[in-house]
Design a protein around this ligand. Structure first.
Ligand code: SF4
Ligand code: SF4
Length: 96
């Protein structure tokens, strides 16, 4: 059984993916609108790379391990995430 402190780290605790940084070759990336996020943790649950952490008001996103698959964007019920091209101006406009 998982201990409380292990559960806080996310659902992908025992996978090897957190050791593989993908930020250098990712073509698309999610951007988070913290004002829309209600901390429901759906993204935290579904991200295959464990990129999300629980926050006080909204989740936090670690892009070092994100491969740009877009699963989090699809699963977010609040449209608080959007997938944009890496380096595009859209990303800077959307981030809050
Ligand atoms: S795009 Fe994929 S890998 Fe990146 S944070 Fe979303 S679900 Fe995780
Ligand atoms: S799924 Fe959307 S609303 Fe829920 S915690 Fe993630 S970003 Fe926030």
């Amino acid at each position: 059984m998982l201990r409380e402190e292990e559960l806080k780290k996310g659902p992908n605790l025992y996978t090897p993916f957190l050791g593989t940084t993908t930020g250098s070759w990712r073509l698309l990336r999610p951007v988070l609108d913290r004002e829309r996020c209600n901390n429901c943790l759906a993204c935290w649950l579904f991200c295959p790379e464990g990129c999300f952490d629980r926050g006080e008001q909204a989740v936090t996103l670690n892009l070092d391990f994100c491969k740009g698959c877009g699963i989090c964007v699809t699963e977010c019920p609040r449209q608080a995430l959007a997938l944009v091209e890496e380096g595009s101006n859209d990303a800077r406009l959307l981030e809050r």
